[in-house]
Design a protein around this ligand. Structure first.
Ligand code: ARG
Length: 467
């Protein structure tokens, strides 16, 4: 029997039931669904729609259902269309007519929107933790990197040397922005739609603020139509996961490059690599590759949901059931990628000698030579041209740039000292630059920013835990 058998006779066509059911994936909302139901019982009691005894019986039945679900002992029936109908059916089985009062003044439309917001708030807290863990791991690896340096690239061509710590911290800053975006998204999730009913509120004296308070939401809705049809919070979280996934894909690509024989900058710990079923010598960076690959799926989940939402008339439409799978998938996949990459970075060893050899390429000193001339009064465009000529001469003659500089007019031993190993990176002294002097300041600012983000993350985790 369906919940609407008063209006529609007979059962559902089997194919129709299979096509429309969401139970297979919305089961994971059970915890949120029971929380929402407990809060709704408080609302019903505050409105005098159930007695104290009835409220106790309802909460006891909800707790029993929680135990069954927790122990995997809950028996789902073929007629349970989704987790909401399954729970209500079971509560009614347990306590009869009192159970039948649970859905008073409530619709699955405000119920599912509430459940999904509760689930999303937890997901945000989990993701923020995983993002900050990875950002912290990179920050700690940067500390261990000391004064190691490697070539910095533009166009994947060697450009100027940078400290390895500077390079690793670049990824931390991107992750910190991801965490900030998650905090920001959380602000808009933090609103309770419970009490909006099917779309228009209720004729019963229910106050949405009662349930909102109990669920730990800071506010409730101003417009019931908006409350039941708003899935902006899902789209926003999917954007946050897609962009963070894009960051991870860049890190994954870099690990793939760095661990190749061609670069030889890094070796991953065995636990974070796989072998080949055929080639005995292989050590493959699969976790890094998958972190790179998952970005496609995360972007797909975002664009898929936006396409679903586009053009939907107010208010609830069944299309909205399509919000859950991309949301659950993106959160799980991103979290998996964050944890795997964290393991890769925490255990990676960097081949700093190979990095230094690549970075001490004479050509990387070209801009320092041009700036050396600038300090001595040559306009930069002129010195750029002049040094460019020396580089091209060195390439033509197949000799090192320093050998050409040694013979060129206007330079001398002082200019030649620029070619000393590591000199180019030590000379990057401007704020935010790649050398050790700004690097020390950056270390402090990143440590502070991570502490601030951690404090915000624990406030978030504390709030969802107590909700
Ligand atoms: N399973 C549905 C969903 O996920 C629940 C809401 C159904 N509401 C309705 N009026 N059919 O969106």
């Amino acid at each position: 029997m369906t919940l609407w058998s008063g209006r529609l006779g007979g059962g559902l066509d089997d194919e129709m039931a299979a096509f429309t059911s969401s139970l297979a994936f919305d089961r994971q909302l059970w915890h949120a669904d029971l929380e929402g139901s407990r809060a709704h019982v408080s609302g019903l009691r505050a409105a005098g729609l159930v007695s104290d005894d009835e409220a106790h019986a309802l909460v006891a039945a909800i707790d029993e259902v929680a135990g069954e679900l927790e122990d995997d002992a809950f028996v789902f029936l073929a007629s349970d269309e989704d987790i909401h109908t399954a729970v209500e059916r079971r509560v009614t089985e347990l306590i009869g007519p009192t159970g039948a009062k649970l859905h008073t003044g409530r619709s699955r439309n405000d119920q599912v929107a509430t459940d999904l917001r509760l689930w999303t708030r937890r997901a945000i807290a989990l993701l923020v933790d995983a993002v900050l863990d990875l950002a912290t791991t990179l920050h700690e690896s940067a500390d261990r990197a000391g004064d190691a340096y490697l070539p910095g690239y533009t166009h994947l061509q060697r450009a100027q040397p940078v400290l390895l710590s500077h390079h690793l911290r670049a990824h931390s800053w991107a992750l910190l922005r991801d965490a900030e975006r998650l905090f920001d998204a959380d602000v808009r999730v933090d609103s309770s739609p419970l009490g909006a009913g099917a779309l228009a509120g209720s004729s019963l004296p229910l106050d949405p603020a009662v349930a909102a308070r109990e669920l730990g939401f800071s506010r409730t809705f101003h417009n019931s139509l908006d409350a039941v049809s708003d899935r902006d919070f899902v789209a926003e979280l999917l954007f946050c996961t897609a962009l963070c996934g894009v960051h991870l894909s860049r890190m994954g690509e870099e690990l793939v490059l760095w661990t190749s024989a061609e670069f030889g900058f890094c070796e991953l710990d065995d636990r974070f690599t796989t072998g080949s079923s055929m080639l005995p010598q292989k050590k493959n960076p699969d976790a890094a590759e998958l972190a790179r690959g998952k970005a496609g799926r995360l972007i797909g989940n975002l664009t898929g949901l936006l396409a679903t939402l586009k053009g939907l008339p107010l208010a609830y439409n069944r299309d909205l059931q399509e919000d859950k799978e991309p949301l659950f998938d993106s959160v799980a996949q991103l979290r998996g990628a964050l944890l795997a990459l964290r393991g890769c970075y925490a255990t990676a060893s960097y081949k700093t000698a190979a990095m230094a050899i690549a970075a001490d390429d004479d050509d990387a000193v070209a801009v320092d030579l041009a700036e050396w001339l600038v300090v001595r009064g040559t306009p930069f465009r002129e010195s750029h041209h002049l040094v460019g000529g020396l580089v091209s001469e060195a390439h033509e003659r197949g000799v090192r740039l320093r050998d050409v500089v040694a013979l060129a007019d206007g330079f001398g031993d002082e200019a030649l000292s620029l070619f000393e190993p590591g000199s180019a990176v030590r000379r990057r002294t401007t704020p935010g630059g790649a050398g050790p002097v700004p690097g020390a300041h950056q270390r402090e600012s990143l440590a502070t920013a991570l502490d601030v983000a951690r404090a915000r993350a624990s406030a978030l985790a504390g709030r969802t835990a107590s909700a």
